[in-house]
Every structure is written in structure tokens, then in C-alpha cells.
Design a protein around this ligand. Structure first.
Ligand SMILES: Cc1cc2nc3c(=O)[nH]c(=O)nc-3n(C[C@H](O)[C@H](O)[C@H](O)COP(=O)(O)OP(=O)(O)OC[C@H]3O[C@@H](n4cnc5c(N)ncnc54)[C@H](O)[C@@H]3O)c2cc1C
Ligand SMILES: NC(=O)c1ccc[n+]([C@@H]2O[C@H](COP(=O)([O-])OP(=O)(O)OC[C@H]3O[C@@H](n4cnc5c(N)ncnc54)[C@H](OP(=O)(O)O)[C@@H]3O)[C@@H](O)[C@H]2O)c1
Length: 412
């Protein structure tokens, strides 16, 4: 199944076809201590008229994995190649392609999220389509309004990230019809990736740095594969993806004045935009600009495994484009995080902040960014002798002035 026509999700989001120019593994897979994870460096050709600036994002339209699509189709008694025609009830808004014949495989590949956690409402609908006297109460036990149902739902479904499909597999007696299943799913959403290159090299190509989400499924059913990261990981050079450039929030930009000091904090794939920043700074330097000081704090597990772009970063440091501070969290049994190195460099960090530095934080927004913020606030308190409220006002004020700027997302 290789549909070529552009679907409505692609068209509405303004995504265009982009050719994959490079897809390379960034983690070290050889040697005595190889990495078991994968981070991909993916470059695409930007079509004429599409431009970007460092700090922008690439919004990528994913496609569901063919194996999963096949399993879902078969659960409902179809083969992916089977053709169906969807109709919409009068007065209802059609989100899915209605009217024309379309294959079950294409519908499931391009239009709907198949792996999102099942909601209680969805489980209620599953129960309504279940006659089996054993299965029906099992499903209803997650969907009731009482506290016990809520607890059961949180621990058994939400806590284990079970999708509607996971529950259908667990409960073969559920007779949910295919059209109701389709109706209850969310439309497949594009995923954002921080662009990890600068247009100063070649404005017609850009790269993204993609952490591939793959781990034993929390549901206990096989391996969980994130949709878009695995889709991108599997693209070959010459393949086409659909994507578009999205402008970053105003603050996550390099200042026009190259002499403004920078503090960049980006562990893991949070490094992505800073690679673009550093390429841009190197370019400005080559054009004669006087670069202000820059500190890059990068963190990863082990120098032998996931020190991505290590040679490039070391070369930027050697050329005076940035200072490089690297925190290894799984080396020699001691856990060092980026915020530990920020704390260790507190005098220099404080000095640069006093000189007007912009602080950029990129990567995990659930734990890393709050921890980094707390470290910066404690440095402020140490120097000013203020209380916690004053430190909070200080960091909020930096944020309001676009001097504490974030490009963060919730990890897996
Ligand atoms: C502004 C922004 C910038 C971003 N930049 C980057 C970037 O530069 N690089 C990058 O790699 N990512 C980046 N991301 C994240 C990226 O957009 C995707 O969210 C990420 O690639 C995961 O998407 P996916 O489709 O592969 O996974 P999905 O299919 O969306 O799956 C992820 C979901 O699966 C759940 N999950 C994870 N592991 C398991 C498991 N073992 N069992 C069950 N469920 C699980 C997670 O809780 C999560 O809800 C960015 C996000 C934002 C918002
Ligand atoms: N990049 C990949 O190859 C990859 C592959 C699969 C899945 N993912 C998932 O994608 C998400 C982001 O991945 P990533 O590559 O950006 O990061 P990551 O590799 O998970 O983490 C980067 C570094 O940040 C450290 N870290 C963990 N908690 C932190 C905290 N509170 N403060 C500061 N540093 C912290 C990690 O240490 P420790 O882990 O040692 O604590 C590691 O050294 C994660 O949820 C990850 O599980 C990534």
C-alpha cells in the first residue's frame, strides 16, 4: 500500500513534500559499551519558498507502523487492502475522508492515532458494544463514576498507557464496530522537532535530531514504538516525508547582536536547536563578527554511548564558538546532570547573567527544566541573599524579558 495523494491532515496543516537527504545514527552502536537506544540525524531538502531560522521547528506528519495497521485491520475482520466508504451523518462534521472509497490500511495509516491511552468514555462505549457477560462488567469496572473505578482506570489503563486497541486485544469478546472505533480516535497529529542546523550552510536543507521512542510497552504487550520517531527513523535517503517549518516562540532565537552572552542548556535531544545556534555563530565568526561568551551545557548517559555530535561540539569549543560543559549521568556510578554543572559554574553563570546573558533551556520539560530553573534560582538567592519568592520573581522577570527561554516537551 503506497498512497501517493496528499491527505487532508497534510493539506490543512500546510505540510509539503520534502525529500530525505540523510538519515544517520548518532548513538554509538559499536565498541565495548554500545548504546541500546537510537537517536537519528535526519536531513531533508526544503522545497523552494520554504525558509527557516535557527530555533524554528519542523512539524512532521507521521504515518502509523504497517505492522500495527495490519493488526488493527485484522482485529476488525479486514485486510489493509480492503476498500470501504465512510459516510457522515447529517449535521455531523466529517474529520475523516468521506464519500470516496478508501482502503482500510490507508485510513489507519494516515488519519488516526492508534496508540493513545484509552479514555474512560471510550471504554464506556466499548462496554456498550459488548454482550459477553464476563467482559462487559470488566470494561464497566474502569468506566464507572465511583472512586474505585477511577482508581482502577488510573492504575490499570492510564498507568499502563493502554490504548483502545490494547483493550480490544485483551477483551476479544468486545464487538466494537469499526466505524465506531474510527469515530472515537483522535486525528493523527503532526509532531514537532527542533531544527538542529543553521541555514547559513545551505538554506535549502535542514536537519532534525530525533530520539527514537522504543521500549517494552507499559501495557505489557510487546514493544512500544512511538509513531513519528519510528516513522522518521525508518525513512531511507530519497524517500519523501510531509512536513512544514513552524516558527519558534519569539524568544528562542539567537540575538542579532553576536556579542550578547549565551547560556545554552540542552541534555539529550535537547541539544538539537543549539547545534543550529553554534553553526550560526561559527558562520557569523567567519564573517568577522565579534562573538560574546557562550556556555553550552550538554548532558547524556555515557561518553561511549550517547554523546551525540561529540566531534562537532568539541570542534566548536576548540574554535572558541562556545564553552562546552558535559554532564555524564551513567559514568563511574556517579550521576551528574546539566544542573550540577551549572551549579559548579555558578560564578561564571552569574557573571554572564549580570552581563545580559540569554538563558536557553531545551529538552524534557517535566523534570529537567524545573530542576535547571531551581538551580538558577538558588544561584540567584546565594548571590542576592533573597528568599524563594524573590528568586521566583527574578526568573519570571527574566522570562518576560525573553532572557530565560524554553523549547521543552514532555518526554516518554
Ligand atoms: C516544541 C517541541 C519540540 C520538540 N523537539 C524534539 C526534538 O528536537 N527531538 C525529539 O526527538 N523530539 C522532539 N519533540 C518531541 C516530538 O515532537 C515527539 O513527541 C516525540 O518524537 C515522540 O513522538 P512519537 O510520535 O514517536 O511518539 P508517540 O507515538 O507520540 O508516543 C509518545 C507517547 O507514548 C508514551 N510512551 C512512551 N514510552 C512508552 C512505553 N514504553 N509504553 C507505553 N507508552 C509509552 C509516552 O508517554 C508518550 O505519551 C519535540 C516536541 C515539541 C512539542
Ligand atoms: N534519545 C534517545 O535515544 C531516546 C531513545 C528512546 C527514547 N527516548 C526518550 O525520549 C525522551 C528524551 O530523550 P533524550 O534523548 O532527550 O534524553 P535522555 O537521553 O533520556 O536524557 C539525557 C540526559 O539527561 C539526564 N536526565 C534525566 N533526568 C534529568 C533531570 N531531571 N535533569 C537533568 N538531566 C536529566 C539523563 O540521565 P539518566 O537517564 O541517566 O537519569 C541523561 O543523561 C526520554 O523520555 C527518553 O526516554 C530517547
Amino acid at each position: 500500500m503506497a498512497p501517493t495523494s496528499v491527505n487532508t491532515i497534510v493539506a490543512q496543516g500546510g505540510a509539503v513534500a520534502m525529500k530525505v537527504l540523510e538519515n544517520a545514527e548518532l548513538q554509538n552502536k559499536s565498541g565495548a559499551n554500545p548504546s541500546e537506544r537510537s537517536t537519528r540525524h535526519i536531513e531533508v531538502q526544503l522545497p523552494p519558498g520554504i525558509t527557516y531560522r535557527v530555533g524554528d521547528h519542523l512539524s512532521v506528519v507521521p504515518r502509523n507502523d504497517p505492522t500495527l495497521v495490519d493488526q488493527v485491520a485484522r482485529r476488525f475482520g479486514f485486510l489493509p487492502a480492503d476498500q470501504i466508504r465512510l459516510q457522515v451523518a447529517e449535521g455531523r462534521r466529517a474529520q475523516l475522508p468521506v464519500g470516496d472509497a478508501i482502503s482500510v490500511g490507508r485510513l489507519l495509516t494516515e488519519f488516526v492515532e492508534l496508540q493513545q491511552v484509552a479514555t474512560r468514555k471510550q471504554i464506556q462505549i466499548m462496554a456498550e458494544h459488548t454482550r459477553c457477560p464476563i467482559t462487559k462488567p470488566k470494561l464497566l469496572a474502569y468506566a464507572g463514576d465511583d472512586d474505585a473505578s477511577g482508581d482502577r482506570y488510573r492504575s490499570e489503563v492510564m498507568g499502563k498507557c493502554k490504548s483502545v486497541f490494547d483493550l480490544l486485544e485483551e477483551h476479544p469478546a468486545c464487538e466494537l464496530p469499526f466505524h465506531i472505533y474510527l469515530e472515537m480516535l483522535s486525528l493523527l497529529a503532526p509532531r514537532y522537532y527542533s531544527i538542529s542546523s543553521s541555514p547559513s550552510g545551505d538554506p535549502a536543507r535542514c536537519s532534525v535530531t530525533v530520539g527514537v521512542v522504543e521500549a517494552p510497552a507499559s501495557s505489557g504487550r510487546g514493544i512500544y514504538k512511538g509513531i513519528c520517531s519510528n516513522y522518521l527513523s525508518g525513512r531511507r535517503v530519497g524517500d519523501t516525508i510531509h512536513a512544514t517549518v513552524r516558527e519558534t516562540k519569539a524568544g528562542f532565537r539567537l540575538p542579532d547582536d553576536a556579542s550578547v552572552p549565551l547560556i545554552m542548556i540542552g541534555p539529550g535531544t535537547g541539544l538539537a536547536p543549539f547545534r543550529g545556534f553554534l553553526q550560526e555563530r561559527a558562520h557569523r565568526k567567519s564573517q568577522g563578527a565579534n562573538l560574546g561568551p557562550a556556555m553550552l551545557f550538554f548532558g547524556c548517559r555515557h561518553p561511549d554511548q550517547d554523546f551525540i555530535y561529540a566531534d562537532e561540539l568539541k570542534a566548536f569549543a576548540a574554535d572558541g564558538v562556545t564553552e562546552l560543559h558535559t554532564a555524564f549521568s551513567r559514568l563511574n556510578g556517579s550521576k551528574t546532570y546539566v544542573q550540577d554543572l551549572v551549579a559548579a559554574q555558578k560564578n561564571r553563570v552569574w557573571d554572564l547573567i549580570g552581563k545580559g546573558a540569554i538563558i536557553y533551556v531545551c529538552g524534557d520539560g517535566s523534570k529537567m527544566e524545573p530542576d535547571v530553573k531551581a538551580t538558577l534560582m538558588s544561584i540567584h538567592r546565594e548571590h542576592n541573599g533573597d528568599n524563594a519568592d524573590a528568586a521566583t520573581r527574578w526568573i519570571e522577570d527574566l522570562g518576560a524579558k525573553n532572557r530565560y527561554v524554553l523549547d521543552v516537551w514532555a518526554g516518554g
